[in-house]
Design a protein around this ligand. Structure first.
Ligand code: TNX
Length: 526
């Protein structure tokens, strides 16, 4: 009998057929990236990630290898692939995913990156490591949403081909988490870090102390945490980070190219300290611990020497735990501190922070003092007077207007969580503003970036955090990263709506605002 092929030949032919399957056409321009990249050219084809894909990194950089491993670890749960990370001299010569640093990419800045994708490779290049890390978040969003799943999912794992060149407009893009009003443990903070990292934010401001709780161990003043950290709003048990735990958070953030800014709020918002040490009070008596939500009733005794010894100890210990350049001293709502005392206090604390080699950040209220021009003021109030006063002193501004950027504000009047003293902030209002045209007299040259705070008077669980943060946070990330050209709510809301499946695979309890056209991702089958 005539036989065309024997079994062995059939097998080989089948192997050839499957290894040469034609790449799926895909349009990079239709991918929904947040934040929107600076420039993008689509070439209509795709790269497929398989069990054989290798991530090549520069042999000379340990950190690049860590970033490669971060990517491999990220890819594993959903794909089931054990993607190898290999260090080589010139990754760019290889097929697969390549991560390389290049001085030629200097124009993209510290966080910019270039991504070139064709059928054989995904080449990520950056000037600095942070750029590689940000670029990986883009690769992540170019993969199907189910890549975010912690459970095994079906492929194919395709990435649309083309080139993306991308860098942020602002170098400071952050969120704040208040761990004082309600305490959140190390794992919750790490999860928060992962969520902001996914949208290329680079700052996490931790509001570590307030009237209701002191959350960071200070070895020279132990009662701050043992007593001052023992409760929270509503009277729960509170908690605090040991210095070791705090360093673990800082390291986790560093590995994601995120700077932690620790805040010790003073001279007001200090009841937890005043309840822990009698000598910090004007009348030498400890106060009761506080579990309510009023503000503006506490103050350190600003005219006592011991107060400045205390602050010096706190700032010294905290600076030693802080690789980043900033220490935030709060300074807001010190309604029971005499004005003249407040001014003197801020000036002294600024010197204490500077003496530890750190830059001082304060809520814009601190502009009442004489600010050094390396200090930074954070604009938050409805009226911009304090921020304008800071600008007059040549001080740079972080934009956190409570009317637009406060993630503890309710979306609308029936929102089950949050406050509304600065108004309701639905997802459109959160997105529809720009940093440089928000306040007359505060322009691009005065602004270092954006920060969206989450105060936690009403926020108790991580599900609560998610609900207030999502879907507003990706918009804040885009406000800080992307240029204002071609930006509009109508275009953005479509991209945001397409994040639905991604949020769900990420396990985010997001608010399903009716303003957003939520859309499930269609799974492409081969
Ligand atoms: C004002 S914003 C505060 C916080 C509150 C917040 C609630 C700022 C610097 N101070 O103490 O938690 O409002 O939205």
């Amino acid at each position: 009998m005539f036989k065309l092929f024997n079994l062995g030949q059939m097998f080989i032919l089948l192997m050839i057929f499957f290894s040469c399957k034609t790449p799926t056409p895909k349009d990079l321009a239709k991918e929904n990236l947040i934040p929107k990249p600076s420039s993008l050219i689509a070439t209509g084809s795709s790269f497929e990630l398989t069990n054989n894909t290798v991530i090549y990194v520069e042999a000379k950089s340990k950190e690049a290898e860590q970033i490669g491993t971060y990517l491999a670890n990220f890819l594993k749960p959903a794909t089931g692939f054990v993607v190898q990370v290999k260090s080589v001299d010139t990754p760019m010569d290889k097929k697969g995913i390549t991560l390389s640093l290049s001085d030629e990419k200097k124009a993209l800045g510290d966080e910019g990156y270039e991504l070139f994708i064709d059928e054989k490779k995904v080449q990520l290049q950056a000037y600095k490591l942070a750029g590689l890390f940000r670029g990986i978040q883009t690769i992540r969003q170019l993969l199907p949403a189910r890549i975010e799943s912690e459970k095994l999912q079906e492929g194919p794992w395709e990435i649309a081909s083309g080139t993306i060149e991308d860098s942020p407009v602002y170098g400071f893009r952050g969120a704040m988490l208040d761990v004082s009003r309600h305490f959140f443990g190390v794992d919750d903070v790490k999860r928060f870090i992962d969520l902001i990292a996914a949208y290329k934010m680079n700052i996490l401001h931790l509001h570590l102390t307030d009237d209701q709780g002191w959350r960071i161990e200070i070895k020279s003043w132990p009662n701050l945490t043992t007593h001052g950290g023992s409760t929270q709003v509503g009277g729960g048990e509170g908690g605090f980070y040991t210095q070791e735990q705090y360093s673990d958070i800082v390291k986790y953030a560093q590995e994601r190219y995120i700077t932690i800014i620790p805040e010790i709020d003073m001279p007001g918002h200090t009841n937890a300290a005043l309840a822990s040490y009698a000598e910090l009070n004007a009348n030498n008596k400890v106060t009761e611990l506080y579990t309510g939500t009023k503000v503006g009733f506490s103050t350190l005794a600003t005219d006592k020497e011991i107060t400045y010894k205390f602050i010096n100890d706190v700032v010294r210990e905290l600076s030693a735990l802080t690789p980043g350049p900033y220490i935030h001293i709060g300074g807001d709502e010190s309604h029971v501190t005499e004005k003249a005392d407040y001014i003197e206090f801020i000036n002294k604390v600024q010197d204490i922070v500077n003496a530890q080699g750190k830059q001082m950040i304060g809520w814009a209220d601190v502009a009442a003092g004489s600010l050094k021009d390396n200090s930074i003021a954070q604009f938050w109030q409805i009226k911009p007077d304090n921020a304008l006063k800071a600008v007059k002193q040549n001080v740079k501004i972080i934009m956190s207007p409570a009317t637009h950027a406060y993630m503890d504000m309710q979306y609308d009047s029936i929102c089950p969580l949050g406050l509304h003293w600065s108004g309701y902030i639905d997802v459109d209002k959160a997105y529809n503003w720009t940093l440089e045209s928000h306040v007359e007299g505060i322009g691009k040259e005065n602004i270092i970036g954006i920060e969206a705070p989450l105060w936690t008077e009403t926020i108790i669980t991580t599900a609560d955090i998610d609900y207030m943060v999502f879907p507003r946070l990706p918009g804040y990330a885009e406000i800080g990263w992307s240029s204002n050209d071609n930006k509009s709510w109508d275009e953005y809301k479509v991209r945001l709506g397409k994040q639905k499946s991604r949020f769900e695979f990420m396990g985010i309890n997001y608010y399903k605002s009716e303003l957003v056209p939520w859309e499930d991702e269609v799974i492409s089958k081969k």
